[in-house]
Design a protein around this ligand. Structure first.
Ligand SMILES: Cc1cc2nc3c(=O)[nH]c(=O)nc-3n(C[C@H](O)[C@H](O)[C@H](O)COP(=O)(O)OP(=O)(O)OC[C@H]3O[C@@H](n4cnc5c(N)ncnc54)[C@H](O)[C@@H]3O)c2cc1C
Length: 396
């Protein structure tokens, strides 16, 4: 299909929406991004961009900007027992063929926004979309009451998407039983290039260097039975974070001791949406398939989606076919990622001592005896390069 001149609204200037804006604009579409916020910004926190996500940024022509942004090239994953013993060490440099980066979210958002504008996309702020209408043309209705029509409207509007219910009926996101504190602290430990996961009963802490190694990103997760606040995100006291991890290793206490400002997220999600597209409407990223962050793939999946949608639309004769191919191409992989991430919650948070001992011993032995095999478990995820793939064939 010729994307040239296709009038497209993308709802949401997050990682998925901005990436899609560049991909579609480079293929000739007339793209406008509608963002509810007054500025394009992100929480001051880190993001892991694995090789499969880097492949998309590279194909979009944005790898040099990523490297210049102070992204840290990762070389090692260390799984640690909460008392500090090493359970497993994975050497990421053995992982062919690509690189794994730690990135500041605000830097990634800003380079994607620049990339979208440079490709000709417009980004309009303070444009909250209240609802969308399927059709030919489809339409968005803004908070101001203004109604605007377009050939294609894409909901890249995250877990609270307004497009998802238009395609799938209303459903409330559910609390996953996990809450995450996020903070950034000065990297006084000289951590260069590794990600560490300290795993304890019903809690874990992820830490990795950011911003050329000057800062350390912390994500601390604790299982909680309920989430009672109306908001999903709260400013919290660092003391509450420290209190939740008092039985963890001294190095964890040190890292948490350096926290001055922290926010707490209730982790909510939906099931993968059954329907990702309708007449003139489509979903992308968290709006279609929100995940727990325990595989660090939510933003990376949104990047893969963006690439796939551009290729799928450009490969066939109609919007309907292109969007159908896009969903077919993406749905099973997104579902597999979500299942694996959900499984990590169980593995990281083992509470029963003997079971934890057995699981950690198996990991230790696997890492010592067959390190390449341990790493090979992730080939399906990190070794996949969507920019070298094509939409699956299907009967038309
Ligand atoms: C603790 C934590 C750690 C994580 N770590 C990683 C990681 O290391 N690697 C990784 O790949 N992923 C990670 N993720 C997941 C990742 O952050 C998300 O999957 C990703 O941000 C989703 O991008 P998105 O563009 O789909 O949606 P979002 O980032 O949610 O963007 C949606 C945008 O739409 C806008 N919007 C919403 N509604 C409207 C509306 N009605 N009108 C107009 N605009 C609207 C919002 O303001 C926002 O700008 C993590 C998540 C958490 C919670």
């Amino acid at each position: 299909m010729m994307l040239a001149g296709l009038k497209t609204y993308i709802i949401g200037a997050g990682i998925g929406g901005l990436a899609l804006a560049r991909v579609l604009a480079l293929r000739g579409a007339d793209v406008t991004v509608l963002e509810q916020a007054g500025e394009i910004k992100e929480v001051g926190a880190g993001l892991q961009i694995s090789p499969n996500g880097l492949a998309v940024l590279r194909a979009m022509g944005l790898e040099p900007q990523l490297v210049k942004s102070g992204a840290v090239l990762a070389d090692t994953v260390r799984l640690m027992d909460y008392r500090g013993g090493e359970v497993l060490k994975l050497d990421l440099t053995q992982m062919s063929p690509q690189k794994y980066y730690f990135v500041h979210r605000a830097e990634l958002i800003s380079l994607l926004a620049e990339g979208a504008r440079a490709a000709g996309a417009k980004i309009q702020l303070l444009q909250k979309v209240e609802r969308v209408e399927e059709g030919c043309p489809a339409a968005v209705v803004l908070h101001s009451g203004e109604r605007r029509e377009a050939d294609l409207i894409i909901g890249a509007d995250g877990v609270h998407s307004v497009v998802r219910p238009a395609l799938n009926g209303a459903s409330a996101p559910f609390f996953t039983g996990n809450a995450a504190w996020r903070a950034v602290v000065p990297n006084v430990w000289g951590r260069q290039s590794d990600v560490q996961v300290h795993m304890g009963p019903r809690r874990h802490l992820v830490s990795y260097p950011l911003m050329g190694g000057k800062m350390l990103n912390l994500v601390a997760v604790e299982e909680q039975r309920d989430w009672l606040e109306e908001s999903w995100t709260l400013a919290d006291e660092p003391a509450n974070l420290r209190a939740a991890f008092t039985d963890f290793a001294p190095v964890v206490q040190e890292m948490l001791g350096a926290v001055e400002e922290v926010r707490l997220w209730g982790l909510f999600r939906h099931e993968v949406a059954p329907r990702w597209h309708g007449q003139g409407l489509a979903l992308l990223g968290d709006a279609a398939h929100p995940t727990l962050p325990f595989l660090a793939q939510g933003a990376v999946m949104a990047l893969e989606d963006a690439w796939a949608m551009g290729v799928a639309l450009d490969s066939v004769g109609s919007l309907e076919q292109g969007l159908g191919d896009y969903q077919l191409w993406r749905r099973d992989r997104a579902a597999r990622v979500i299942k694996t991430a959900t499984g990590n919650a169980w593995k990281y948070h083992l509470g029963f001592g003997p079971l934890r001992f057995a699981a950690h011993t198996a990991l230790r032995l696997g890492g010592a005896l067959a390190p390449r095999r341990m790493l090979g478990q992730f080939d399906w995820l990190y070794g996949y390069d969507i920019t070298q793939d094509r939409p699956p064939e299907r009967a038309r």
